[in-house]
Design a protein around this ligand. Structure first.
Ligand SMILES: Cc1cc2nc3c(=O)[nH]c(=O)nc-3n(C[C@H](O)[C@H](O)[C@H](O)COP(=O)(O)OP(=O)(O)OC[C@H]3O[C@@H](n4cnc5c(N)ncnc54)[C@H](O)[C@@H]3O)c2cc1C
Length: 275
């Protein structure tokens, strides 16, 4: 990814891992998982907000990486032949926060998300290149303040709650301080909100959430677990700290329980919990 001068200046250093050019051999290998498509200037290959976009490898031409916010399209980088477009949210199933638009017609290799997951699990070298690039891009995005925007006061406990949630879930986001950032009030006005509505979240440069609950925010940005209704789980682990990891390892080592009737080893049913 080649970043424009302003962005480069703002971020000082761009890790090489974010913009590794794939070798011809790697591209040939990836062809098994996707489809070659012709591209035309202006074509949107990945649209911010999508959750099912293809991973793309530029074969010919150029693709711009764009952050759309408050009616302003900012070019974050340009992908040329051999570079690939995508970000970590493709693997986690969350909505993407940048758009990828063709600036010079040519060809791309488009790989559906499910096939990308196969590549990442099957080929250690490509997996390493793709994951490192995705992580480096996430870190660039964090420093550039793209993605979700949170406008609020640093003295507000609700703003802290939302910022903490964004930070703990490593959501790419920008923080706009109501009292200090000169853009804050103008932005609120542009999105039809008032300072008294803050903290305000702006998602994909258009959707406005006024002091949302964590659940509302998570739903809006597609941060949901696909726990299909009606399915019974032997064990659900929430939280990936040492206790969660321990529970997962022990749960996995015990294996699945054989049948519902044998789940309670002493026969019958467990007594209801007291209270
Ligand atoms: C500053 C500091 C230094 C420490 N140093 C050491 C040390 O040197 N050695 C040592 O042995 N211990 C140390 N500890 C203690 C150690 O970190 C804790 O004992 C340990 O992390 C507890 O593990 P846990 O899994 O119970 O909880 P946590 O580590 O807190 O993990 C809980 C996880 O669940 C996630 N979570 C919570 N709610 C939800 C939700 N609703 N949905 C999804 N995820 C959720 C949280 O984000 C978190 O990742 C230190 C602690 C601190 C604060």
């Amino acid at each position: 990814m080649i970043l424009d001068a302003k962005t480069r200046e703002r971020m000082n250093e761009i890790p090489d891992t974010a913009s590794r050019t794939l070798t011809q051999g790697q591209i040939e290998f990836l062809r098994r998982y996707g489809e070659t498509k012709r591209t035309e200037v202006g074509q949107v290959l990945i649209r911010a907000g999508d959750i099912s976009s293809d991973f793309i490898v530029v074969l010919e031409g150029e693709v711009e990486v764009i952050d759309n916010f408050a009616g302003e399209a900012r070019t974050m980088g340009v992908l040329r032949a051999g570079l690939f477009g995508g970000e970590l949210n493709m693997l986690t199933g969350q909505a993407l926060y940048l758009s990828f638009v063709v600036s010079q017609g040519g060809k791309v290799l488009a790989i559906p998300r499910e096939q990308l997951k196969e590549v990442v699990t099957e080929d250690p070298t490509l997996s390493d290149i793709i994951l490192k690039a995705f992580l480096a891009r996430r870190s660039i995005g964090m420093r550039a303040g793209v993605g979700l925007r949170i406008i609020g006061s640093r003295h507000s406990s609700d703003a802290t709650r939302l910022r903490e949630f964004a930070a703990r879930n490593q959501l790419v986001h920008g923080w706009i301080e109501l009292e200090e950032d000169p853009r804050a009030e103008a932005l609120l006005e542009e999105f039809g909100a008032k300072p008294s509505d803050t903290p305000v979240i702006i998602w994909q440069g258009k959707e406005v959430l006024r002091n949302p609950t964590i659940a509302e925010l998570a739903r809006t940005i597609g941060l949901e677990v696909d726990a299909t209704g009606g399915r019974t789980y032997d064990l659900v682990v929430v939280g990936a700290g040492p206790a969660g990891l321990g529970a997962s390892v022990y749960g996995a080592s015990e294996g699945p329980l054989p049948s519902p009737s044998s789940r309670w080893p002493w026969g019958g049913r467990p007594a209801p919990a007291p209270g």
